[in-house]
Design a protein around this ligand. Structure first.
Ligand code: GDP
Length: 445
């Protein structure tokens, strides 16, 4: 079992205060642990070192969110940076398969999961994108491998190119191309031969095939559990034939996924898919978020820090509640309410979430109390002076005129706002008197 990064860090940070900004020393200490965690997750040393350096600059001086430890805060920063590094350009699942028939070349070492992935991907293209796919095995050295693709093809209902004994890989590729054109296929996938190790014959063959079909995508399939080896293989293939992306298989195993980071950092190639099992459906689009959590062994920390940020908002709300109890609800409070509504996705969604408010939300929407209206009301409040906001009762005719004009609206609009403020103020007083428990009890009736 790996010791999780959060365990490591909690030891380091026990002595530190829980508040204030992260000092350079705090960050350095934490990042030493982060580096060990990365190495344990199979990230290569130079990549881990580089990564940590980058995070160091970002983390130093950042404010520590209340209710989390500095260690947890560092982990969140590390996590976000991991996601940033792992994220490639564009959607990893979007394959370039316009201009039919589009060739996809599958390359990799033997046993990496190439044949399985070819079939998984074909199934995905067929089912999710409605593509007609033709698969062909170029592994002339292992008749069993050709048979395997054939069997998988039948299993998933995807055509395979008939096997002609003795045919050379380049000729099979040419035949697949012709067949794909004649047969009206959208995509044809070439499952090249794998070897136990990179060798020149294998590479020469892949190069030849690549030259003949000009693949739109050349996907390298590598075993995600092999870590450093996978990265070397990727570099080798990229140098020789140029790859457009990587599929990491066996990510259902208990490896920590560090290969993904090294792969991305060293080759710069995007990870497109991950294999999560032997079944034909066990292929998913690469999600940086999930791998980052896995590398750190701690998706929970990220959630915790996010929760802590929410807690702070809850603390603000509680403070407000205390003000309401005392009958204090001014225009600043109203503005805050409006802003929170907007932040949470608008009036309707906020009210929809509150027990018993669903109907009111509908009425509000029908009455035209939508987000545009909220913006106009905030504009009115902004146009008030500090004193007016704190004491809405002083709003007499001349002030009203000035405020409305300042917001580019009619006085009648302002009157509506003032009326709403008064109603809400009354309601808040009542709610405040009931208190938290009272409100809940009320809602449960
Ligand atoms: P190839 O030699 O590269 O074509 O490899 P295969 O496609 O024949 O796969 C080798 C073995 O790995 C097979 O038993 C597959 O079922 C298995 N395999 C492939 N991908 C995955 C994966 O994502 N997870 C797991 N657990 N097994 C996989």
């Amino acid at each position: 079992m790996f010791e999780s990064l959060s365990d490591r860090l909690s030891g380091v940070f026990d002595r530190l205060t829980k508040q204030g900004a992260l000092s350079e020393d705090d960050v350095k200490t934490a990042l030493r642990e982060v580096r060990v965690a990365l190495l344990e997750a199979d990230v290569s040393l130079p990549v881990a070192r580089d990564f940590v350096k980058k995070v160091q600059d970002k983390a130093t001086g950042q404010a520590v969110t209340k209710s989390v430890t500095p260690g947890q805060q560092v982990v969140k920063i590390v996590h976000d940076e991991l996601v940033a590094v792992l994220t490639g350009e564009g959607d990893p699942g979007a394959l370039k398969i316009d201009n039919p028939p589009a060739p996809i070349l599958m390359v990799g070492l033997q046993g990496g999961g190439k044949t399985t992935t070819t079939a998984k991907l074909a199934k995905r293209l067929k089912e999710r994108e409605g593509k007609r796919v033709l698969m062909a095995s170029l592994d002339v050295y292992r008749p069993a491998a050709m048979q395997q693709l054939d069997v998988l093809g039948r299993q998933i209902g995807v055509d395979t190119l008939p096997i002609v004994p003795g045919e050379k890989p380049v000729d099979i590729a040419k035949r697949a191309k012709t067949q794909a054109s004649l047969g009206g296929y959208d995509v044809y996938m070439l499952d090249t031969a794998g070897r136990l190790h990179i060798d020149d014959v294998l590479m020469g063959e892949v190069e030849q095939v690549s030259a003949v079909v000009s693949p739109r995508e050349t996907l390298l399939v590598v075993d995600g559990l092999t870590g450093q080896v996978a990265v070397e293989v990727a570099q080798e293939f990229d140098d020789k034939v140029g790859i457009s992306g990587v599929v990491l298989t066996r990510m259902d195993g208990d490896g920590r996924g560090g290969a993904a980071l090294s792969m991305r950092a060293v080759t710069g190639k995007p990870i497109r898919f991950v294999g999560l099992g032997e079944k034909m459906d066990a292929l998913e689009t690469f999600e940086p978020d999930r791998i980052a959590g896995r590398i750190l062994g701690m998706g929970d920390i990220v959630a915790l820090v996010e929760k802590a940020q929410e807690t702070i908002e809850a603390e603000q709300a509680e403070k407000m509640m205390r003000r309401f109890q005392k009958g204090q609800f001014n225009m600043n409070d109203l503005k805050l309410q409006f802003e929170q509504m907007q932040k949470m996705g608008g009036m309707e969604s906020v009210m929809g979430m509150m027990p018993g408010m669903g109907k009111m939300a509908k009425q509000a929407a029908e009455a035209g109390l939508d987000d545009k209206v909220i913006n106009r009301q905030i504009a009115l409040i902004n146009s008030m002076t500090k004193r007016e906001r704190a004491n809405p009762q002083i709003l007499q005719a001349s002030r009203k005129k000035r405020i409305a004009a300042g917001a580019g609206q009619e006085v009648s609009e302002l009157n509506k706002l003032i009326k709403m403020h008064r109603q809400m103020s009354d309601m808040m007083k009542k709610l405040g008197k009931m208190g938290k428990g009272g409100m809940l009890k009320q809602a449960m009736k």
